[in-house]
Structure formats: C-alpha cells, structure tokens
Design a protein around this ligand. Structure first.
Ligand SMILES: [Cu+2]
Length: 162
C-alpha cells in the first residue's frame, strides 16, 4: 500500500514547513541577539514603578534603544552611578552592545525602569517585554520575551526614590 509512505512524506513536509516558519532552518542571523536571565522585580500595591534586568548579547554591534511593554506606560534604560558619595541614576537614551560581548543589566547597575505600571507586578507572573535594538545604519529590530516577575531582596544602595 502506498498510503503509509505518502502520509509519512506529507508529515515530513509539514514538519519542515513548521521548522522553516520557526526559523530553525533559517541561516543564523549575524545580528542575533540573545536575552537571558531576564526578570522584573515584584512591586508593592500602589508602587508606580518597577525595575527589570536582563543579560544581553548581540552577534553584531547594536544599540538597545527602547523597551516597550503593555505592563507599563513607559520603559527607560537607567544607569546608576556614585556621585559625591550618593547613588544617583539617570536615563540613557541608548545602551551600546558591542559585538559578541555580554552586557548585564543588574541590580545596582544598568537596569530597565518601568513607569506607570498598569497593575502591580506579582511574583510568579510574567510580563511581555519588547527590546528595541538599532543597527549602525539606523535599522531597528525588536525582540519580545516573557519576563518573569520575582521577589528578590534589594541590594544595599539600590534606589527607592522613584
Ligand atoms: Cu531606575
């Protein structure tokens, strides 16, 4: 009977299409960006802002130029630094991602700040977050991931002043 092989061939063709659609068969993207260890800090009720962190690695020289999420009205990239013995932070319009270098956004350092939270971030839940990257030529590429919300103690000196 020919039916069995036919079915098998059809199944393989369908599987190949799915793989192609999911990019498994696609050539590796030279700009390939990996986002790992992403998490957002759980917030108390009524707290309007939250911090989020991630480890970024770009296969080509890129800049992180924006953060978008339905969980907040606005996302900013922030940098913390000591000024005259006081921990201060400022918004960065963009964050350089050198080719192949691991860039860590972590408590006490560069971080993502989410303003005007739609609702409190609850540990155990996750929020979708879109990272907007820009190539040297100005072309933008976006990557959206689910960022888990975690309850983690703040390191000494981490900001609470928002
Ligand atoms: Cu901040």
């Amino acid at each position: 009977m020919l039916r069995q092989p036919n079915t098998a061939v059809r199944f393989l063709a369908a599987a190949a299409l799915v793989l192609a659609a999911t990019g498994v068969l696609a050539r590796p993207d030279p700009d390939e960006i990996t986002i790992t260890d992403a998490w957002a800090r759980a917030t108390a009720p009524g707290q309007p802002v939250a911090a989020a962190y991630a480890t970024l690695k770009a296969g080509a020289k890129l800049e992180l130029v924006g953060i978008e999420t339905p969980a907040a009205g606005r996302g900013e990239i922030h940098e913390m630094s000591m000024e005259g013995g006081v921990m201060r932070m400022r918004a960065l319009p963009k964050l350089a991602l050198p080719k192949g270098k691991v860039v860590k956004l972590a408590p006490g350092g560069i971080h993502i700040m989410l303003f005007r939270l739609a609702k409190p971030l609850t540990a155990g839940e996750s929020v979708p977050m879109t990272f907007v990257f820009q190539r040297a030529g100005g072309q933008q590429t976006r990557q959206t991931i689910d960022v888990p919300v975690k309850e983690v103690e703040k390191p000494a000196g981490d900001h609470d002043h928002h």
